[in-house]
Design a protein around this ligand. Structure first.
Ligand code: ADP
Length: 339
């Protein structure tokens, strides 16, 4: 590069908003721009020409440069700021060099957290009036039948169903927030998983009748009582079964099965529904993600995110196989811990 162009490149490097640090092939710091000095709170005169392992341990620069983030950016907390660190090996004249790019994402993170807190607060406030409405609907449902016109009873039942759905959606939004904030609580107790599964299947079978699909359950009787949060695990099964019913057009089939494989309880929920295209399958557990085929079906895109978090909090895992237009199968693995 001629000197003019090199000078321009150096000026640009100084002006850019990203911190840049370069190591040569033997791990010596050979370049550091102004922004990197600011972000890592160290003058470059103190580090240029030194090998990473000669830098004082626990200093921001040592922490960042000893982190091999590769293609996946890593978030690091440095003196109250959150830095996104990306590194790449780059072939250079006379060998290979490693570049580190640092970005300060503290403000973005705070804005995201503020937004989520606002949504959580709003949702929480919506819950109180809804609970009051549900209380009155329950009271009406409990009235002696001849006091209420039969045609009105149908409306009341519909109001009951819709308000329950709305409450479930509110709970999902709140749990998604709790999950992000590390506040989702798992309260493990000895639990009769067999009875819990049967309950979820009975609910699923009723929903399937309404949707005009066939429902079958093949539950192994050999599942021992497990030590887990029954309420949360029931939510996982209810969500998977609910999705199977929802995403399966009329005359389809939903099948739930359970059994013990080595040290795991395995529960499978399979359907012959719309399926998920292969390119969308890897994103299916992401927060708010809904596949292209889900347009026209009600939902928040949070159920699977929460289900996965609940199962993983129990030391288990959840997997999915699907073929677009043919059907989907979710498998839940829960360790047979009886402690
Ligand atoms: P929601 O059902 O509220 O949209 P979920 O997190 O439960 O949210 O599911 C996320 C997305 O995954 C759904 O919108 C849908 O695109 C896809 N999905 C989940 N279960 C199935 C299923 N059994 N068949 C087809 N698609 C499914």
């Amino acid at each position: 590069m001629d000197t003019g162009r090199q000078q321009n490149a150096e000026t640009l490097l100084e002006l850019t908003d990203a911190g840049i640090v370069q190591l040569d092939g033997s791990g010596i710091v050979v370049l550091m721009n102004r922004r990197a000095e600011e972000l890592l709170k160290v003058p470059r005169s103190e580090v240029l020409g030194k090998r990473v392992d000669m830098l004082p341990l626990r200093t921001p620069i040592y922490r960042v440069l000893s982190e091999n983030s590769g293609d996946t950016p890593v978030e690091m907390s440095i003196d109250g700021a959150i830095l996104l660190v990306r590194s790449a090996m780059v072939p250079l004249v006379g060998g290979c060099g490693e570049f580190f790019e640092l970005r300060d994402v503290t403000a973005d993170k705070k804005e995201k957290r503020d937004r989520e807190e606002f949504v959580a607060m709003m949702t929480h406030d919506l819950k109180s009036p809804l609970t009051v409405i549900m209380g009155y609907v329950q009271a009406l449902l409990g009235e002696v039948p001849d006091k209420i016109d039969p045609s009105l009873q149908v409306f009341i039942k519909e109001m009951d169903k819709s308000s329950k759905k709305m409450l479930a959606m509110i709970e999902d939004v709140l749990d998604a927030y709790r999950l992000e904030a590390g506040l989702l609580q798992i309260d493990r107790q000895p639990c009769n998983v067999q009875a819990l599964l049967e309950g979820c299947c009975n609910d699923g079978a009723r929903e399937a009748v309404v949707h005009g699909s066939a429902f079958s359950a093949e539950l192994s009787g050999e599942v021992p009582p497990l030590y887990l949060d029954g309420k949360q695990i029931a939510r996982v099964f209810a969500n998977l079964i609910g999705n199977a019913v929802k995403f399966t057009p009329r005359r389809g089939a939903i099948r739930v099965s359970s059994g013990v494989q080595q040290d795991y309880l395995v529960v499978e929920v399979a359907d012959t529904g719309i399926g998920i295209p292969p390119e969308e399958l890897p994103r299916i557990f992401n927060k708010y993600f809904r596949a292209s085929g889900a347009q026209g079906f009600k939902g928040t895109g949070l159920g699977l995110t929460i289900s996965k978090a609940i199962v993983e909090a129990h030391g288990g895992s959840i997997g999915v196989e699907s073929a677009a237009g043919k059907g989907t199968r979710f498998s839940v693995f829960l360790p047979l811990e009886r402690r």
